[in-house]
Design a protein around this ligand. Sequence first.
Ligand SMILES: [Zn+2]
Length: 319
Amino acid sequence: MSPPRVAIPVPDLSPYREGNTGIPYVWSFDSGRPGPHVGINALIHGNELSGAWALVRLLELGLRPQRGRLGLSFANIEAFAHFDPDDPTASRFLEEDMNRLWRRELLEGPARTVELRRARELLPHYRSLDFLLDLHSMQTASPPLMLCGLTPKGRRFARRMGYPATVVADAGHPGGVRLIDFEAFGAPRRKPVAVLLEAGQHWAQGSIDVALAACLHFLRATEVLDPELAMRLAPTRSAGRQRFIEVTHAVTVRRGPFLFKERFRGLEVIEREGTVIATDGGEAVRTPYDHCVLIMPSRRLAPGLTAVRLGREVPPPRI
Ligand SMILES: [Zn+2]
C-alpha cells in the first residue's frame, strides 16, 4: 500500500541544533520563578513532522514560561535527517524504534544503536522533568487522541488538559517500553507525569494545528503559562466533551496476511460483540464485546506487530 502524500514541508531545524542545555537540539527556558519543569518533545519517530513543526512555532514565537521552566526537545534527529518525502515511512527510525527502549537495563547496557546513543544523551533532560508532553502522529487520518498510560495521575492530567477530545488509557506495546511509561512517569506513586499526543495523520496540515493546540493546553494545565495567553495562542480553545477509553486488548498479528474488513481510520465504535473486523491467516478476528472502539489500526501488519487496539469507553476521572 503506498503511503499517503506528504502535504507539509519538512521543517528546517538547523537553527535549533545547538540548543542551550549542552544537549544538541534541546532548549530550556527558566522563568526565574518557582514552578514545575515541563517538557515538550517531538520526533521520537523521525518521520512525524507535525510535532517538530509545533515546536518550531513555539521557538519562533519566542514563548517563555511565566513560572517554572520550559524544555523543548527534538529527539531522533538522525532519523529525521533521513526524511524523504518520496519514502516518508522509512525514517521512523534508523536502527530501532526509539519509543520501545525506555528501560534502565537497556539504556545502561552494552547495546549500541543510533537510537540508544541519542536516548542516553537525552536521559538527563527527561529525568529532570515534572511533566512531559510527547508529540506523535499516526499513519491513518484518525481523529487526534491522547495516550495517558495506565496510571491514575496520567488520566487525571489528560482531563486537566481537556484537549484533545479523546483520551486512551493503555499499557503500551509488548515490544518495549515507551518514554511516557519510563521510570517516574510510569510509577503511580511518583509525581512526574507524561502523556503522548497522536495528533492525526503524520503529514497532514491539520496535525500541526492539533499539535500546537495540545502544546498550549499543556502549558496552561501545568500553569507555566498564564491561561489567557495560552488560550489566545491556541488554534483550538476547547475540544468539547472529553471521552475516556480504556484499552482492553492489543490485537497482534500472528500469522498474516492480516486483512482488515474495512478501511478503518480509528475510533470507530463496533456495536455488536463477535463482529469480524479482520482476518489473520484466514482466521476471523472478532470484537470481544458490544460498543468496542478500534484504536489506531496499523498499516504495518507483519507478524508480531500490533495491528489494532480495542477498548471501551469509561467514565472520566475526577480531578
Ligand atoms: Zn510516533
